[in-house]
Write a protein that binds this ligand. Sequence first.
Ligand code: T6T
Length: 323
Amino acid sequence: MRKNRKLTALAAISAAALAVTAIGSTQAHAADYKITFIQGVAGDAFYVTMGCGVAAAAAKDGATITTQGGAKWDATIQMPVLDSVIASKPDAILIAPNDKTALQKPIEAAIAAGIKVVLVDTTVDNAAPAVAEIASDNYGGGAAAFAAVKQLAPKGGKVLVVSTSPGVSSVDARVNGFADAANKDKKFNYIGVQYSNNEPAIAQRIVTAALSKNKDIVAVFATNLFSAQGVAAGIKQAGKAGKVKIVGFDAGSDQVKALKTGVVQALIAQQPATIGSKGVDAAVAALQGKTVSPHKVQTGFTILTMKNINTAAGLAAQYRDKC
Ligand code: T6T
């Protein structure tokens, strides 16, 4: 109870500290702009929920949305998707780039073709040519994940991070935020990050191997939905559910179930629908010739625990499988 109260308080502080910086909302417009939303990957509740925000803002702003997404989190799959979207000549593209370097030139090609590009969720090495970058405060989210670990394992010990792939701006920032906070705390021994390629089965294997090598791991931070799914399965399989604490980013239905059954102790839910709606607002404003400011917008998050998962705020923070 005490721990849960502390985590709920932490959630409130984090949400307040990470208050959303608003991009000015646009007036309804009759132009019917064509906007393509390119997800990081198809079938991910994070992007499904983002799509709900995209659709709501498009209805308000006067835009028609087409959604595209590769079957895997893979830049070599996303690049041809982007090429074919450029060839279809939309007015604007909202894209979550799979890799901050590989997608740089293809995104510049879209902009050179006269298409307004808004980066949502993830970004590229040089985001300046884009209309705006709209994403969670991922570094702050990583630090908040470590704060949650501290509450859950106050005596300290070994902590592991499982992420997707290096070069993905969102999860890299979460890893850095977590690592910087963990390395400052002498009670904790940060044993590093391992990469799952966004495959739950690989995340599961990573955790199984890590637990057999380091029997004294006290907590694992999983930096996104699919890593968290695999980490939860691995800890459960090892018979360590509840003993080795899990803090996961994202709040898909599988993760919420793992929280409710005590396998996962805290989830950092992003605000994907807000990212999507702000993305459309920014694209439409740019198409109307307005200056979009600020260029970089950071959205907040809610920390979900057993304590608040069924509250109105907890329910609202959970991701959707359809709009
Ligand atoms: O965590 C989100 C997203 O923010 C990240 O960039 C990739 O993974 C997710 O889509 C969750 O699967």
